[in-house]
Design a protein around this ligand. Sequence first.
Ligand code: 1OR
Length: 293
Amino acid sequence: SVSAESIRPTDNLDERRIIEKSDEVKKRIDEATTLNLLFKNLDRETKQHVVDAMSEKRVVANEFIIKQGDEGDYFYVIEHGLFEIFVNGQLVLEVGDGGSFGELALMYNTPRAATVRAKTNGTLWAVDRETFLRTITSSVYRKRRAYEDFLRSVSFLSTLDRSEITKLADALEPINYENGDTIVSQGDLGEYFYIIEQGTVSVSKINDMGIEQQLPSLNVGSYFGVELALINDQPRKATVVARGSVRLAALRRDAFVRLLGPIMDIFRRNAAEYNLQQGRPQESSDNHVSSRI
Ligand code: 1OR
């Protein structure tokens, strides 16, 4: 159900879509979007544009929201409810409150990559294609430019083609750490995979005998945190601490599976031999991962 829809011109003569909302509704949307990656990089004003344009969509259990192969029209943020995502008829993911879906077809101008069905009744906030392109996509673009060159220099990513690198750049989240900060702790469950963009991290591990072992440190272009994707919910196998200031590019588990699934063999092969692995920039491409641990 869409309430009080109106289209008003903006100051700069752009057609800007504005659907009036009460403060209470804006607060609900704010809560639903605070943790969402696509909203993280938006400045206040841009986020306001997106929120203004959102229309509420109530759905009932078993309703289809998106059909794979269709043209993209809306991007959806989940206020509440559970949604099942199917690729070629196979259930691949379930998303809930604060999650979102439907960005791929809009961002890459491709057919819908998956089918999305409501598992429960729920409430969605829909962002139309035009608003999405004008706001979220342009902010994604800035981040993309910031990451692409770096990713192309990372050896373990060397088999990815241009469009795969672009999608990876879009999904990465920058995170900074100061000297001494613990990034991952052995035994914890993690949601992120990391690539080191700047700086050095030290790696240590408590072995089966209960003795702490120092492993070689990792630097720019190395990765860690692959446990989360190789086996579901496998705990961190080592502790990683920042040495000096460190900048990481983090990838959430679901994006990791979607984007690095095709090169999972590289991780698997190396994890069989080592607990952590690293690749380095500017290496020959037939050796994707250097094996210094
Ligand atoms: P869209 O516009 O293509 C379907 O419409 C949406 O489903 C898509 O954007 C994503 O937002 C969402 N593969 C493709 N689409 C996915 C996936 C996915 N997960 C969520 N969506 N995979 C699941 C990754 C865990 C890859 C399966 C091989």
